[in-house]
Design a protein around this ligand. Structure first.
Ligand SMILES: Cc1cc2nc3c(=O)[nH]c(=O)nc-3n(C[C@H](O)[C@H](O)[C@H](O)COP(=O)(O)OP(=O)(O)OC[C@H]3O[C@@H](n4cnc5c(N)ncnc54)[C@H](O)[C@@H]3O)c2cc1C
Length: 459
């Protein structure tokens, strides 16, 4: 006999717990299943641990720059990785515990620990028990991709999950992958005191951004002493007496980089292969992402997929937004859609990159008439006062409607300031609204009206 619920949620990532709370509040019964840690990637191995570690690295970096700001630190700034990790464990652990306690305290909510698998389109098996519901929500997230590099099984390597548990300082960390995760770990470990080499297969770092953004980020990390190797083809791994060698075919530089440790940061894979999706008849694309419509319903009525496993995001905010879309459709008859949202995210290097909307390359490809402006952070008062003048503010607008098409703010506060532009995009307001707004002095955001007065046809 199957145990019946109004809803079953698989996974406690960024969408599942809030959805469980909605069912609970509506007086409906819900079972939520987690096979590992409550809170999923963001809480345990993603955003929270990395941003906590980045904060430690930033503090060490500023301490080393003490003389610039007028203070002295007696002796060399040394990072105690055990204490850094303990701080991270405390902050991340608090969130993990908070999610579990929250779920266990919800009325009508049954929390089950174990691996869930579909048995049919209405039933899920967990710990040999069959659960049944009219509505099933999949929020299983993803994991670090393990690439099929030759030698991968002969050497130890870190991924994002194991890397956040490191409590020692690697002498030389070689990071394969020069995108968001690789760059954040790279700068962090350089600031902790490791030698760092980033090996990127593509022709530039963070390849989905505009070329000028990639170039600026490369200069920023190189200035801190990070070695960058681009166009690295045919990567293989091998053991060496003093560590691990990463071999590659490259037009420039040595064909091998040896380090004490290797971190693989080459993308994410959805956790959908061991879910029994075929038993429920749920369709995926060729990379294993669950196929969903604009309201996140799968091809099987009564089954939804939210978060990283549907391939429509890859961020905590996209997963949470998926929850809002599903909940508003189900509980409020508010027909929200995925296609209504505007792409936005940040790279949390120092300085950070805040992004919203289209890149300039995408705008040009679309063929629309656009205006653009780029303003260096070295001419932003607040950045000068803080001694953080790297980067630029870049905004593009539609020449006809005057609506903002996209922005990249690489600079101090860029991850926050970009929301001024993002919200104007949601409001479908012309950029002139921001131009006429009075902003607080001295902030980075106060420069947006001035920057927008310099728009020219996008070259
Ligand atoms: C290093 C790193 C840094 C990141 N930094 C940021 C950032 O700064 N900002 C940002 O927005 N995003 C960031 N992300 C991405 C973000 O963490 C994810 O996009 C987000 O956590 C996705 O959430 P989710 O809801 O899809 O699922 P997840 O958080 O991945 O959770 C899925 C849960 O489902 C469970 N599960 C899987 N299969 C089963 C099963 N069969 N049965 C039961 N349970 C199952 C898993 O154990 C897991 O707990 C980062 C990611 C990484 C790796």
């Amino acid at each position: 006999m199957a145990r019946h619920f109004d809803a079953i949620i698989i996974g406690t990532g960024q969408a599942g717990p809030s959805l469980a709370a909605r069912f609970s509040a509506a007086g409906q019964t819900v079972a939520i299943i987690e096979r590992q840690k409550f809170g999923g990637t963001c809480v345990n191995t993603g955003c929270i641990p990395t941003k906590t570690l980045i904060a430690s690295a930033h503090a060490a970096h500023l301490a080393r720059r003490g003389a610039e700001f007028g203070f002295a630190v007696n002796g060399e700034v040394r990072v105690d990785m055990k204490r850094v990790k303990a701080r991270k464990d405390e902050i991340s652990g608090r969130s993990n515990k908070g999610v579990e306690e929250w779920l266990r305290g919800l009325k009508n909510c049954t929390v089950i620990q174990g691996h869930a698998r579909f048995e049919s389109s209405r039933t899920v098996v967990v710990n040999d028990e069959v659960l049944e519901a009219d509505k099933i929500f999949i929020n299983v997230g993803g994991r670090a991709t393990i690439p099929a590099f030759p030698g991968i099984h002969d050497v130890p390597f870190f991924n994002n999950s194991s890397m956040v548990d490191v409590d020692f300082l690697p002498k030389h960390l070689v990071i394969v992958g020069g995108s968001y995760i690789g760059l954040e770990f790279g700068q962090m470990y350089r600031r902790f005191g490791s030698e760092v080499t980033i090996v990127e297969m593509g022709p530039r770092l963070i390849g989905r951004e505009d070329e000028d953004v990639s170039e600026a980020i490369r200069s920023i990390v190189e200035l801190e002493g990070i070695q960058v190797r681009l166009n690295a083809k045919c990567i293989s791994l091998a053991k060496r007496d003093n560590g691990i060698a990463v071999s590659m075919e490259c037009k420039e530089g040595s064909p091998e980089v040896s380090g004490s440790h290797v971190l693989l940061a080459v993308g994410r894979t959805p956790n959908t292969r061991d879910l029994g999706l075929d038993r429920a008849g749920i369709a995926t694309d060729e990379r294993g992402y669950i196929t969903v419509d604009d309201q996140l319903q799968t091809n099987v009525p009564g089954i939804w997929a939210l978060g990283d496993c549907n391939g429509h995001g890859g961020f905590t905010h996209t997963s949470y937004n998926d929850y809002e879309i599903v909940a508003d459709n189900l509980f409020n008859a508010d027909h929200r859609r995925v296609s209504d949202r505007i792409s936005t995210y940040a790279l949390f290097t120092d300085p950070p990159l805040g992004r919203c909307g289209m890149t300039d390359a995408e705008i040009k490809k679309s063929g629309r008439a656009a205006l653009g402006v780029k303003h260096p952070m070295s001419k932003v008062g607040r950045a000068i006062e803080k001694g953080e003048t790297q980067g630029f503010i870049k905004v593009s607008v539609d020449a006809e409607s005057k609506q903002i098409l996209g922005a990249a703010i690489l600079g101090t506060g860029g991850d926050e300031v970009v929301h001024v532009l993002l919200d104007a995009m949601y409001a479908k307001a012309p950029y002139t609204v921001i131009q006429r707004a009075m902003h607080i002095h001295p902030t980075v955001a106060e420069f947006l009206p001035t920057v927008l007065s310099k728009l020219k046809p996008l070259a």
